[in-house]
Design a protein around this ligand. Sequence first.
Ligand SMILES: NC(=O)c1ccc[n+]([C@@H]2O[C@H](COP(=O)([O-])OP(=O)(O)OC[C@H]3O[C@@H](n4cnc5c(N)ncnc54)[C@H](O)[C@@H]3O)[C@@H](O)[C@H]2O)c1
Length: 261
Amino acid sequence: MATGRTHRPATRSRGIPEATVARLPLYLRALTALSERSVPTVSSEELATAAGVNSAKLRKDFSYLGSYGTRGVGYDVEYLVYQISRELGLTQDWPVVIVGIGNLGAALANYGGFASRGFRVAALIDADPAMAGKPVAGLPVRHTDELESIISDNGVSIGVIATPAGAAQQVCDRLVAAGVTSILNFAPTVLAVPDGVDVRKVDLSIELQILAFHEQRKAGEEPGQGARTAASRSGSARPAAAAARDGRKGPDGDVPAVMPA
Ligand SMILES: NC(=O)c1ccc[n+]([C@@H]2O[C@H](COP(=O)([O-])OP(=O)(O)OC[C@H]3O[C@@H](n4cnc5c(N)ncnc54)[C@H](O)[C@@H]3O)[C@@H](O)[C@H]2O)c1
C-alpha cells in the first residue's frame, strides 16, 4: 500500500489553527462541568482558569468560532458547549471499532466516557478465535475475519488499535483499506498510512519518561551528575531539556497524552 504520514497544515481549511483545535476539547471539558452545575454564563478569565489556558488565548480561540461573549456578562455556557461540539464534529454520532481486546482494549471498551462524547463503540475485534463471541462491555467480541464487513456495515471511519506492536501495521492497513480514515494507535509503533488518513498515537510511557526527567531535575540530579557524560559536560544536554520542556507543553501547558503521529 502507499505509505506516508498525514501532515496537516498548521491551519485547517476553515481557518481554525491546529493549536486552537487542540484546545477546544479543554474548553469543552471545562464548559461541560459548568453546564452540569447549571452555571448559565462564564467570564473568559474563569473559563480560562478552568481549562488551564491563558485568557487572551481563549478569547482569540473563540474569535475563530465567531463567539465573542457579552461584555460584563461573559459567555453563554450552553451555547458555547453547542458551538464547540459542533466545531469538533461531536453533534453527530461516530461509530468506532476497537481492534485488540486484551487488557487495554477491554478497558477502553468499558470506559463509559466515549459514548457521552458522541463516540459509539460499534464493535470489538480480536484475532484470537477463542475470544470470538465472548461479551466484553456488553458487546460480543468479533473475529478479525469480519473486520471489513463490520467497517462497511456500520459506516465506521474511526478505528482504535490496541494490538501488540507487531500486529499494528497489518491491522492499520486492513482498517484503511476497509474505509477507516482516522486511527487512534495505542501500540508502541509508528504507523505508515496513505495521505488523507489521520493517525494519533497515545503512549503513556512517554509521558512517564518526561515526568521522570522533571523528577530528576527537582531532585537536583542533573543528567549524568556524579558520572557526567561527555554530552552533558559539553552542554549538549540542553536540547534534551528543551525537547522535554516542549513535550511537557500541551495545547497550553497541559500534558498531551495523545500526540500527533
Ligand atoms: N499507549 C499506551 O499508553 C499503552 C498502555 C498499555 C498498553 N499499550 C499497548 O497496547 C497494546 C495492547 O496491550 P495489552 O496489554 O492490552 O495486550 P494484550 O496482550 O492483553 O492484548 C492484545 C490483544 O490483541 C489481540 N491481537 C493480536 N494480534 C491481533 C491482530 N492482528 N488483530 C486483532 N487482534 C490482535 C490479542 O489476541 C489480544 O487479545 C500493546 O501494544 C501495548 O504495548 C499501550
